[in-house]
Design a protein around this ligand. Sequence first.
Ligand SMILES: C[S@@+](CC[C@H](N)C(=O)[O-])C[C@H]1O[C@@H](n2cnc3c(N)ncnc32)[C@H](O)[C@@H]1O
Length: 265
Amino acid sequence: MPDLAIATYDRIRRLIHDEVGIELGPSKQSLVESRLSRRMRQLGIESYEAYLEHVRSDKSGDELVLLLDAISTNVTSFFRERAGLDEIARRHAAAVQRGQTRLRYWSAASSSGQEAYSLAMLLAEAAPSGNLDLAILGTDISTNVLGMARRGRYPASQLESIPDQLHGYVHDQGEMFEIDAKLRSWCVFNRLNLIKPPFPMKGPFDAVLCRNVMIYFDQPTRLRLIEEIGRLLRPGGLLVTGQAESVTGRAGGFRVIKPSIYERI
Ligand SMILES: C[S@@+](CC[C@H](N)C(=O)[O-])C[C@H]1O[C@@H](n2cnc3c(N)ncnc32)[C@H](O)[C@@H]1O
């Protein structure tokens, strides 16, 4: 494969920034080079310039989706940064006890679904779900990870991140395990670009997990996103960010409950 010229890399960076808000620094050049070269080989395209032209001229937008799939970092795990999940489950139990029956949760950058399913397990433990109208929406930009999330099947090696007492919510299938059908029935996964509000959902959500995605966005994009999440949360609802992210004072409408956990005023 030919080298990726700096000017072409800059054009790719700009395209990705404009489409999904992700800021790729100069240090990501070799990663972009290796990921794109794989796709170019599949297409029989021999230069990065020609590939960029191919992306731009594809009016269906499908190639852009594949480019974003190739670039995005989808690292996630079951029960990652668990404190935020526990806080949502605690409030879920209290809401059910008060008689609330319709409950809506949103994993806003769900990746392959582990975040949504971890929450589903904790909600199932927190309160009886028999008469609840309960839904967890998972959204992501990457069609690739959304496919995995919808399947709800994961390599057996990931089982160790799920606490032993919750293993009843997964079914062993040898090299893979599957999330229990009831929990899967609560979860819906759809494609959504977080940098392009307003979003089509009606809400109101009881809690939104927006974790480890805002780090990729610039400040104006983050503020627009937080404002839109605020619009979709009911008063008293929670926004949980990643531990490396924060909702600054400039994004009004939230009060800090604990680090990375904010309540809609
Ligand atoms: C590092 S993962 C975080 C997954 C999960 N929230 C967690 O904390 O473990 C970031 C996810 O954000 C998604 N993403 C990046 N830009 C996005 C955008 N503009 N809109 C929606 N999702 C985006 C990526 O595809 C990726 O799956």
